[in-house]
Write a protein that binds this ligand. Structure first.
Ligand code: ARG
Length: 466
């Protein structure tokens, strides 16, 4: 076997034609950046219009270009456009076909432009659109939570720290915690849209151009607020993609925490909620089972979204200014994170809407584990004027007594309670029941139903304006 043959074998059967085929395979992005076709065509039409308005190309050529580009748009949407790997990416695929359609005028489109500012504007437009989609989806999820919160403003459940029952709270209050979290995600999306609302088009390869272009025209045509001020930054910046991924990762993390809670709540041991059939599956072997697959997948997919953030941060960290082909690796991360997040948001919204809440099971669990012990201690401080540390001690004795008698705190007799502190009166029972405990927590942001209803009103008003 000759050396030549051996090295050819190393390239493997897929690359029968040698280095050129390998280069084409590693270089081409058309398999994924075809997703940018609409943005690419929109950007090109805006660019051609600007070129005509500034007299850089003729109006007749511009008309041909725009007509050709619109034909290509129709072809791609109809599925009749033939994408070619040899033509590397969406930009060259579109331009090559434009030449087939309209002839030499097509060659004028790329005047005062480079694929560097072209891809930057395409991806920005795409990410900006996706941010609006995520904002809408978040609003839907928040609305679902507001509805559940309203329904369950007074439904008592255990509140946990360390996954141990800590103090009773209301399910409405718990729902409203998620409203806060997802509203922060929404505000992050909006901030990011503000920052990415600048057009890189017209930076050309990196240094700007000697043609008398008007970047404000393309900026306006593409719906950006203003042009980016530095041409080097315009072609090398991917902060907008990183920010989107960071927002997606944080939001996915919120969704994952929620998924985890739903998984726990829907176990027969907890039985706090029952998932609808549409968001769970049965087991092929164990007929009694109903598995929270959708919630588990939301929890699982979070790894993917966070992975994309870390992936792109790692791609960008060593990039000298300005453009480098490494940056072609930005797209798959962004596309997959977007698609995954959209699906996760839709699934969670459905689950929250459809799940049946078992208020009785929640209430029963809320009373377990001496969850009103803090209420007892607070009563001793408030009513008898005990220092909190001493009250804590007395309460400890009451809990020990309840444990010994195998009853809840509210099932101890007045006599029992007076044996731990002689000044305790029957009024103590007003705080030992879980409903009374939650009702008393009226501090701002607290779990009292009255307070929860205030939070609901606040968010409804705020979201109506949003
Ligand atoms: N396909 C490339 C990308 O996605 C387009 C830009 C290519 N620019 C270049 N100078 N080779 O990044």
């Amino acid at each position: 076997m000759s050396d030549k043959k051996a090295s050819n074998q190393m390239w493997g059967g897929r690359f029968a034609s040698g280095p050129a085929a390998i280069m084409e395979a590693i270089n081409a992005s058309i398999s994924f950046d075809r997703k940018l076709y609409a943005q690419d065509i929109r950007g090109s039409i805006a660019h051609s219009e600007m070129l005509a308005q500034t007299g850089i190309i003729s109006a007749a050529d511009q008309e041909k270009i725009a007509h050709g580009l619109n034909t290509i748009l129709t072809e791609i949407e109809a599925g009749t456009f033939e994408f070619s790997t040899r033509l590397e990416d969406i930009h060259m695929n579109v331009e090559a076909h434009l030449a087939e359609l309209i002839g030499p005028a097509a060659g004028r489109l790329h005047t005062a432009r480079s694929r560097n500012d072209q891809v930057a504007v395409d991806l920005r437009l795409w990410v900006k659109d996706e941010c609006f989609r995520v904002a809408e989806a978040l609003k839907g999820l928040i609305a679902a939570f507001l509805e559940r919160a309203e329904e369950h403003a007074a439904t008592v459940m255990p509140g946990f720290t360390h996954m141990q029952a800590a103090q009773p709270v209301t399910f409405g209050h718990h729902c409203m915690a998620y409203v806060e979290m997802f509203s922060r995600d929404l505000s992050r999306v909006r901030d990011a849209i503000e920052r990415m609302d600048e057009s890189p088009l017209g930076a050309a390869a990196l240094a700007g151009t000697s043609f008398p272009i008007d970047r404000h025209l393309t900026t306006r045509a593409l719906g950006f607020r203003e042009p980016m001020r530095n041409s080097l930054d315009s072609v090398s910046d991917r902060d907008f993609a990183l920010e989107f991924l960071a927002i997606a990762a944080i939001c996915a993390t919120h969704l994952s925490r929620l998924a985890e809670e739903i998984i726990i709540w829907s176990t027969p041991q907890f039985g706090f909620v029952r998932l609808s059939d549409s968001f769970s599956t049965g087991s092929s072997i164990m007929p009694q089972k109903k598995n929270p697959d959708a919630a588990e997948l939301v929890r699982g997919k979070t790894g993917r979204v966070t992975g994309h953030l870390v992936g792109l941060l790692t791609v960008m960290k060593g990039m000298p200014l300005t453009y480098g082909k490494d940056m072609q690796e930005d797209k798959e991360s962004v596309f997959d994170a977007a698609e995954t997040l959209d699906l996760m948001l839709a699934a969670m919204t459905g689950m929250v809407r459809d799940m049946t809440v078992n208020a009785a099971a929640m209430k029963k669990a809320a009373g377990a584990g001496y969850s009103t012990a803090t209420d007892l201690a607070d009563w001793l401080v408030r009513t008898l004027g005990l220092p909190f540390r001493e009250a804590h001690h007395v309460t400890g004795r009451a809990v020990a007594l309840a444990e010994e008698k195998k009853v809840g705190l509210d099932r101890l007799s007045l006599e029992d309670l007076q044996s731990v502190h002689p000044d305790i009166t029957a009024d103590i029972f007003s705080v030992l029941a879980v409903q009374n405990s939650v009702k008393s927590r009226t501090s701002f942001g607290g779990t009292a139903p009255s307070e929860v209803r205030k939070q609901i009103r606040y968010w409804k008003k705020r979201l109506a304006k949003a």
